[in-house]
Design a protein around this ligand. Structure first.
Ligand SMILES: [Zn+2]
Length: 344
């Protein structure tokens, strides 16, 4: 099994002290992959900043002109209440998108079986014409379009298990039936989108699947959602490539959100996605890092992705289950409703 691992030392240059999406996040991931010996067992690839031509597949020219302007600034610019961009932010963002694309290239060209893009800044909130929610470029959406345009893949399935709704990714494919977007997220919560009955429009109707959980759900609810919604959706869509927006902010220790997933629960979801990829698309799956603001949850979570991609049984879960005995709410009626909306 060859697993490609893409990252770049310059990802740490995007930094704002005190901001949750700071450079220490990628450093925690590097440390976990190095110290566990996993980095050495994967095929390491250094990405290039992605050409604008590929970025324009999902972003407007005006937005990219505005981002390019940032590269000449000397100070941090705040693009919205949550999103910062320092000097060279556009270059780093193109390196981040280039990381996602680099893994897709390696997997679809057959150089690797599967892959991991340990990248930042994250991407799933970036909108076609503006930055949002810590995200500058829609890395995973860009990678999906790239797979279609360069490798002639027709059907790409994007699964987003970050705790936040991937509103940017959804917006980029909302009327598209060639990219299936399926998201689990805390709802109501930032960014406010991802309602259960938002399911795409025109020919994209039915190709957006939202699984909005109120805070407090954890391993059992997510596992049930994967079994009852993600699996049958994949069977119906028959993806040729699976891309995963891998955010670890649904972990119970996350400082921003209030879901109760454990690292073991996350590892189960990761392994289910790999099983789905083996069932429907020859194992072609790429994990792309998104959020996750407890560094232990993030570092171990990405480490567990690497174990799973390499076909190993090991799971690292030093944080264990959530404290307190509060029972997880039952997700069945919500899942029934989603299955009904989507005819599953
Ligand atoms: Zn998030």
């Amino acid at each position: 099994m060859t697993t490609v691992y893409v990252t770049h030392s310059r990802y740490r240059e995007h930094h704002l002290p005190g901001h949750p999406e700071h450079a220490g996040r990628i450093q925690a991931v590097w440390q976990h992959l190095e110290e566990s010996g996993l980095a050495a067992r994967m095929q390491r690839l250094e990405p290039e900043p992605l050409d604008e031509e590929h970025i324009r597949a999902v972003h407007t020219r005006d937005y990219l002109t505005a981002l390019a302007w940032l590269d000449d600034q000397t100070h941090i610019t705040h693009l919205d209440a949550d999103t910062y961009a320092g000097p060279k932010a556009y270059e780093i963002a193109r390196l981040s998108a280039g990381g996602a694309v680099g893994v897709v290239d390696a997997v679809l060209s057959g150089e690797a079986d599967n892959g991991l893009a340990a990248i930042r800044p994250p991407g799933h909130h970036a909108m076609p014409s503006h930055a949002m929610g810590f995200c500058l470029l829609g890395n995973i959406a860009i990678a999906a379009r790239y797979a279609q345009r360069v490798h002639q893949i027709e059907r790409v399935m994007i699964v987003d298990f970050d705790v936040h709704h991937g509103n940017g990714t959804e917006a980029m494919f909302y009327d598209d039936d060639s990219v299936l977007f399926i998201s689990t997220h805390q709802y109501p919560f930032y960014p406010g989108t991802g309602r259960i009955d938002d399911k795409g429009q025109s020919k994209g109707k039915g190709y957006t699947i939202n699984i909005p959980f109120p805070g407090g759900h954890g391993d059992a609810s997510y596992a049930a959602a994967f079994e009852q919604v993600v699996w049958p959706t994949a069977a119906r869509f028959e993806p040729q490539l699976i891309l995963v927006s891998a955010g670890f902010d649904a972990h119970w220790t996350d400082p921003l959100a209030s879901m109760r997933l454990t690292l073991t629960g996350y590892a189960h979801l990761t392994r289910e996605l790999i099983r789905i990829a083996h069932q429907f698309c020859g194992g072609k799956i790429v994990f792309v890092m998104e959020g996750g603001y407890n560094l232990e949850a993030l570092g171990n979570g990405v480490q567990n992705i690497a174990y799973a991609l390499l076909g190993e049984e090991t799971i690292s879960d030093p944080l264990g289950p959530p404290r307190g005995s509060r029972a997880e709410p039952d997700a069945q009626s919500l899942l029934d409703q989603i299955r009904q909306i989507h005819g599953l």
